[in-house]
Write a protein that binds this ligand. Structure first.
Ligand SMILES: [Mg+2]
Length: 360
């Protein structure tokens, strides 16, 4: 089998739903479609990002040529060709490379008639999920939004976002904890705090309220600051969604920045890089729970990874299922997500939504 064509599509759509006082927002995604001479196609979605339009040009003009006429089963060879023929470290480029790697696995799975998680070495066929809430809630609205997550999906864990425009983080944490004393509760600060002192203060609030982890308290490039914070923190520190590749994660793990690393298959280098990163974390006694946020192809790819590893939580973007842009949205029932057993990535794009929102 050889690759005969590579196409890219930028999608843009307004999220028109409201959960409590959540602010409306626009989401974009870069879909990659790889065709072969055996009529098997691979689909993947690069992580949403302001650079999606630039990534499209980059794939079309620079990466496509390295894929044509290659055997899609030679994933490691293709990954290293892309990696070494680019400048290796620019994040938008790694997101494109990650999505190409995922689309290759979609082809391999379809050709082998197996779901990706089984080809990677299955470890389980279901996983508990936590609801990952969008940003922008005030405390009262956060309580209402968490209640709707529990009602709709039976989640046993919920992650809130704090900092930025989110108002008083202590109030949000305390009100939600008071309302739901038994819930696994996490918070994500999305790099809000610029000093160890400020981050430590919120870490103490998290510990006092029995949270499960504090995510990305400081900018992800501040490895020394994060390591100092983790040393002092009374609660587990998670992070790594903005990092990619084995070399960067070696730095992160050696410095001891996190208790939980969060590579994302669609950002951090694809399935095989993430499997290696997970193995590096395992030998250091560090947990690996991937970052997942975006349309359904991002969730599906990371679900396959989670089911082939020791990971014990699935981040589940809590958005109405139509925004997965899938023919059959991935469901969470009683807080559990089951394996996708169809070949490859195992999900199909909702063609109607795709055609309505594609920009090119
Ligand atoms: Mg995060």
């Amino acid at each position: 089998m050889i690759i005969t064509d590579v196409q890219t599509y930028v999608l843009s759509l307004d999220f028109k739903f409201k959960l409590g006082a959540m602010i409306p927002f626009k989401a974009t995604g870069l879909y990659i479609n790889i065709k072969t001479d055996e009529d098997i196609e691979g689909w993947a979605l690069a992580h949403w990002n302001l650079s999606n339009a630039a990534q499209k040009v980059f794939i079309d003009e620079a990466l496509r040529r390295f894929l044509l006429n290659k055997d899609p089963f030679m994933v490691e060879d293709i990954y290293h060709t892309l990696y070494h023929n680019t400048n290796r470290v620019t994040f938008g480029i790694m997101q494109s490379t990650s999505a190409i790697e995922v689309a290759l696995w979609d082809i391999i799975g379809k050709a082998s008639k197996k779901p990706i998680y089984r080809l990677l070495g299955g470890m389980k066929n279901k996983i508990r999920a936590y609801a990952s809430m969008p940003r922008g809630y005030k405390p009262k609205a956060a309580v209402g939004a968490v209640q709707s997550a529990l009602d709709l999906g039976g989640f046993t864990g919920v992650k809130l976002r704090i900092g930025g425009r989110g108002g008083k983080p202590e109030k949000i944490i305390e009100e939600v904890r008071d309302a739901f004393p038994d819930l696994y509760l996490m918070v994500d600060a999305n790099s809000t705090y610029l000093t160890v002192t400020d981050a430590l203060e919120i870490a103490k609030v998290c510990a006092k309220n029995h949270l499960t982890w504090l995510e990305e308290p400081m900018p992800s490039d501040n490895l020394n600051g994060l390591a100092r914070l983790r040393n002092k923190s009374p609660i587990e520190i998670a992070g790594g969604e903005n990092d990619f590749g084995i070399f960067r994660f070696e730095d992160i793990l050696t410095k001891g920045c996190y208790d939980i690393i969060q590579p994302d298959v669609t950002r951090s280098g694809g399935f095989l890089q993430c499997k290696k990163i997970d193995a590096m974390a395992e030998v250091k006694g560090v947990r690996c729970i991937p970052h997942i946020f975006g349309f359904g192809h991002i969730l599906a790819a990371n679900l396959h990874f989670v089911l082939s590893t020791r990971c014990d939580w699935l981040e589940f973007p809590f958005i109405p299922e139509e925004y997965q842009i899938l023919e059959d949205p991935i469901k969470v029932e009683k807080g559990i997500v089951k394996a996708i057993e169809k070949p490859g990535i195992g999900v199909e794009i909702n063609k109607k939504m795709f055609e309505e929102h594609v920009l090119n």
